[in-house]
Design a protein around this ligand. Structure first.
Ligand SMILES: [Zn+2]
Length: 396
């Protein structure tokens, strides 16, 4: 095996003695002290930094971003419906979706360690497939540095907007791989019909499912139970994700645990953005029940809100703080949502710091993970498919 990259002086566990990693053919070829450098290999020095799997943003909205522009004061009302209206009313005036904005944001995300992305792209009667095509174009331009998967997302509704389901089908034909949905009761007023439409389309197209579920308390828990039933009915185990799903943090603990057991049995995963004052997902309980949880930034500097920098380390920091994490193992559990959890939600092979593993890696300038989550430094190196794609936070 001819190594293409030798990563020197990297710690593969908190505080461990630094070792070298040889990367070849997109994978880790060898791990050990003082590895020989084959002819033609690139050598980079991790300077004792800790190496972790490439970060995964499993829930964002690249098509909505205003990244790279002057500050845009938030002007939408307080309800989700207000933000939907605002987004649709102003996108033409603001030139959204914007190729340059998406390119700048995605480049920054890679610089900050993200090597795998699931983005929810608006598909509706107004913008049709414009966003799907724009995101696919930018993803192709940055291929090799990051993998981007699109959810065809009916932001403004599906049942309440006839013609949208046909556009979602066209979006899947155009390259999106996941069918989206949103608040089947609160927004759509017809939960069974909404979710059945989403699942039927996914089953027909061989796509996954990822439903935005902002619904709270028992209403949200009902939608989660319905999702489990439909996942089993359509045999889509392992292909279904519920995004946000704060309800499981709000219902009685016994019912929450029973619901978690059902999610785990049907292999329905959750994706959290840990936003604002919404209750945080109980990640320890969910891990114990065997529910896969991923993390994402959700909107990054857009008409839905002013926050987000594109950093998944920052998002993990927020999740850890809001989960009352203090111990190292709790901080690792929060980080795992942005590494293993994200890769499982996106159906990708696990990254392990051992020979044979995919070489999607991030080197952080700290001797361990907990300190990196606390300090949120820019990565020293980001490695995608065994090749250094970013250094000190910037694409190379
Ligand atoms: Zn979202």
């Amino acid at each position: 095996v001819i190594a293409s990259t030798i990563l020197r002086n990297a710690r593969i566990a908190d505080g461990a003695e630094p070792v070298d990693l040889a990367l070849a053919g997109g994978r880790i070829a060898a791990v050990g002290p003082a590895l020989a450098v084959p002819d033609g290999a690139t050598v980079v020095d991790a300077r004792g930094g800790v190496v972790i799997p490439g970060l995964v943003d499993a829930h964002c909205h690249l098509d909505k971003t205003l990244w790279g522009r002057p500050w845009q004061p938030h002007a939408a009302g307080a309800a989700i419906e207000d933000r939907i209206r605002q987004g649709e009313a102003r996108r033409a005036e603001l030139g959204l979706p914007s190729h340059d904005g998406i390119h700048a944001l995605l480049s920054r995300m890679v610089g900050l360690g993200t090597t795998l992305v699931r983005t929810h792209t608006d598909v509706d009667l107004g913008c049709r497939l414009d966003g799907i095509e724009m995101v696919a174009k930018v993803a192709a331009e940055l291929a090799g540095a990051v993998d981007v998967e699109q959810v065809a997302f009916p932001q403004g509704g599906l049942i309440t907007r006839p013609g949208t389901a046909e556009l979602l089908a066209a979006a899947i034909d155009a390259g999106a791989t996941v069918v989206g949905g949103i608040d089947p009761s609160a927004l759509e007023r017809d939960p069974v019909r909404h979710l059945e439409t989403v699942f039927t389309l996914a089953a027909e197209k061989g796509a996954g499912v990822d439903v935005h579920l902002h619904e709270r308390g028992t209403l949200g828990a009902f939608a989660m139970e319905l999702t489990v039933e439909l996942t089993e009915h359509f045999a889509l185990q392992g292909r279904v994700t519920l995004s946000h799903a704060p309800a499981i943090a709000e219902i009685e603990p016994e019912r929450a645990r029973a619901l978690a057991d059902r999610l785990a049995a049907a292999r329905v995963s959750l994706a959290t953005a840990t936003p604002y004052n919404t209750p945080v997902l109980p990640i320890a309980m969910l891990a114990e029940a065997g529910v896969v949880v991923a993390s994402g930034n959700d909107g990054i500097r857009d008409l839905w809100g002013p926050w987000g920098t594109g950093s998944m380390l920052e998002r993990v920091h927020q999740l850890a703080v809001r989960s009352n994490a203090r111990r190292d193992d709790q901080i690792h559990q929060a980080l795992a949502t942005a590494t293993d959890g994200g890769r499982r939600v996106l159906g990708r092979e696990r990254v392990e710091l051992a020979p044979g593993s995919p070489a999607d890696l991030v080197v952080l300038p700290t001797a361990g993970v907990p300190e990196a989550v606390a300090m949120r430094p820019a990565p020293s190196y980001v490695v995608k498919g065994g090749v250094v794609v970013a250094r000190d936070g910037v694409l190379v």
